[in-house]
Write a protein that binds this ligand. Structure first.
Ligand code: GLN
Length: 469
């Protein structure tokens, strides 16, 4: 499961950045059927590549990432480019500034080739709610790529860019990475600035790398992560550190036997999980059997809290200040109601309603207050498990990629897709999805490791070993 980082090799060979961008543009054109991109930034990408080539020719010191071509999820602001959260309500919204995480990458020489389609406002697990239509999974075109960062995952998996940025509120980096066979890291809360990320659930959201290998994820994190005065929740002490060689033989790996025995977890996923655990044990790791913390409450907690935050964050889309406005309304109220009814898709409206309900005065304590208390408890439980182990290992998803339409009619079924990913967003810990060979009906399967805060480099090091098992 190790893919050579082409951008590094091309740089050593002196391949012009323009030639690289051109190659990717051709690949994107050849894979239009995947529908990964909401928009390809052909002109600005070529212009930037020419600038980088000129700088290199003039002997200027290249940035650490010069020549790396990335795609960004359609909820990360890139100055003067459209950014719509794949929603009709933002269809004409042009970013007035660049997100901090992206700016740091640009300062080191990346080229942004386009913005990738996602579930509307990052709400979903299949990319089927995007205003731009569904994205296909490059490994199985009849299946979804996962979501909400499905366009980013599919673009990396199909070789349409070197790497991509996604955002993860409840699994949106990890789940599509698992479905498309790539690496996806949700940094610990506060590790990467959220400034310039269109908000979904502000106490959950994190921008993170989606890559073909562990090293690229580490390289992107090294540049992107760290405190930002523009995001008050960013970790002032954060330092990414370095990947190092971690022998699995010295590790205490926490795992959840109930997943191995659970009938609602697919057989291929269970087998892959069992195999990784067996191999880790053979390699000398100490396996620690744990019970899954408040498992049946995690998805409900996540959907109470994230929709509450979403209902507040999305109140700003009122037709007055941003994007779409319904035409021909005869009163302020009618304009507001029609703008939001016409501008938001069904899933987003459902979540605004749910979030507004759980925050309403009569129900606040029963739902929102209770979920907040449970969240604090969960964080303690995860911390405790991590004090007895070095990492927690579990599958990223309960099953393999599903077919289009299979879950979209039943929101609860779709929400259960997040049952293994939301824990790390609720607790805030960093979590990584990495591909392992599944050896069954589907070529790859995503495994997930969770570690203590600020352990991202360590997680990538450990997974580099485990992914070879
Ligand atoms: N599938 C989850 C949801 O729909 C996660 C989304 C995300 O991480 N942005 O909320």
């Amino acid at each position: 499961m190790h893919v050579q980082a082409d951008w590094k090799r091309d740089r050593i060979l002196g391949i012009p950045v323009q030639q690289r961008v051109q190659r990717f543009l051709e690949a994107i054109e050849a894979h239009r059927d995947l529908n990964c991109f909401a928009e390809v930034f052909e002109q600005s990408a070529m212009k930037r590549a020419a600038e980088l080539d000129n700088a290199l020719a003039a002997g200027r010191q290249p940035g650490r990432l010069t020549g790396m071509v990335i795609a960004i999820k359609d909820n990360i602001l890139y100055k003067d480019h459209l950014c719509t959260a794949s929603s009709k309500i933002l269809q004409n919204f042009r970013a007035p500034y660049t997100a901090t995480a992206l700016q740091r990458l640009l300062d080191e020489g990346v080229v942004v080739i386009g913005r990738t389609s996602c579930d509307e406002f990052a709400m979903g697990s299949s990319n089927e709610t995007s205003y731009y239509g569904p994205v296909r999974n490059p490994l199985a075109p009849e299946c979804v790529p996962g979501g909400s960062s499905g366009g980013s995952a599919a673009a990396v998996a199909a070789g349409l860019c070197d790497a991509a940025l996604g955002s993860d509120t409840g699994g949106s980096i990890r789940q599509p990475s698992a479905f498309c066979g790539i690496w996806g890291l949700k940094p610990g809360y506060g590790a990467v600035s959220r400034y310039g990320l269109i908000a979904y659930g502000s106490s959950f959201d994190q921008i993170g790398p989606m890559t073909a290998n562990a090293e690229d994820a580490a390289t992107l994190m090294e540049v992107m992560a760290g405190p930002d005065p523009r995001d008050a929740t960013s970790d002032a002490e954060y330092h990414f550190g370095k990947m190092r060689n971690v022998p699995v033989s010295n590790l205490r790996i926490g795992y959840y036997p109930e997943i191995l025995n659970s009938p609602d977890v697919g057989e291929t996923v269970r087998n892959a999980y069992q195999r990784i655990l067996d191999k880790a044990r053979e390699a000398g790791a100490h396996l620690v059997s744990l019970s899954f913390p408040i498992r049946e409450h995690l998805v409900p907690m996540y959907y109470v809290l994230s929709t509450a935050e979403a209902s507040s964050n999305l109140a700003r889309y009122d037709g007055v200040r941003y994007g779409y406005r319904a035409a021909g309304a005869s009163s302020m109220e009618e304009m507001l109601v029609r703008t939001r009814t016409e501008g938001f898709g069904q899933e987003v409206r459902r979540r605004i309603l749910l979030g507004t309900f759980v925050l309403s005065s009569g129900y606040y304590e029963a739902y929102y207050g209770k979920a907040q208390k449970a969240r604090a408890l969960l964080r303690e439980m995860v911390d405790k498990q991590l004090s007895e182990t070095d990492i927690l290992l579990l599958p990223t998803t309960p099953d393999l990629p599903f077919r289009f339409g299979e879950r979209s009619e039943d929101p609860v079924k779709m929400y259960l897709e997040d049952q293994f990913t939301v824990m790390a967003n609720l607790s805030g810990h960093p979590a990584l999805s990495f591909p392992v060979v599944s050896g069954h009906t589907f070529p790859v399967c995503g495994m997930q490791i969770i570690g203590p805060f600020r352990s991202e480099a360590f997680l990538l090091s450990v997974a580099s070993q485990l992914s070879g098992f």
